[in-house]
Design a protein. Structure first.
Length: 178
């Protein structure tokens, strides 16, 4: 099973602080305006995304700008009924951050951040969070599976190689398939 990173862009914040320290003060939109923009994007993509994901998208956009880039996060978030419960779930694919003039702040040589959110009846649960090189979904009958490719280290291979993992998308969780 691959490692899960339960944080909200802590690494991005570290890089952003280092960038600001080296480059001096940089003019940027206030975070509250960026969060509002991300929430508006989320509302046009599907119904009311979790506030946390709007904030995380805004953080990625801010780090892009801090690095001298122009951020476009409109393609990051999409809704789909991943677990078959009849409700939209959320896929936050940070490989879709366009950072013109700088590198995507949500990606590294190990992959880009991918987060899945399922509705639990009272709120949103993050059911998957990892850096991946690629992913796709498949269905067989009522069973929905996510296929993930990561860098080599999680499966004891050189980093340049890849690992492949399969996860079953259940009503309330994402479970590794052996």
């Amino acid at each position: 099973m691959s490692c899960v990173f339960p944080f909200r862009f802590a690494a991005l914040a570290f890089v952003a602080v280092g960038t600001l320290a080296l480059a001096g003060a940089v003019h940027a939109e206030p975070p509250s305006e960026e969060i509002a923009k991300s929430k508006e994007i989320a509302k046009t993509t599907a119904e009311a995304a979790p506030e946390e994901i709007a904030e995380t998208i805004a953080e990625a956009a801010q780090v892009c700008r801090d690095r001298g880039g122009t951020a476009d996060t409109t393609a990051v978030l999409r809704g789909d009924d991943l677990n078959g419960d009849g409700n939209n779930d959320w896929i936050a694919d940070f490989s879709k951050v366009k950072c013109t003039g700088a590198e995507n702040p949500a990606c590294s040589p190990n992959g880009c951040l991918l987060k899945l959110y399922f509705w639990n009846g009272d709120g949103w649960d993050v059911v998957f969070e990892d850096f991946v090189r690629g992913f796709k979904f498949s269905s067989s009958g009522d069973t929905r599976t996510m296929h993930v490719t990561t860098y080599g280290a999680p499966c004891n291979k050189p980093e340049a190689e890849s690992c492949t993992y399969n996860y079953r998308l259940e009503k309330d969780a994402v479970r590794p398939v052996q």
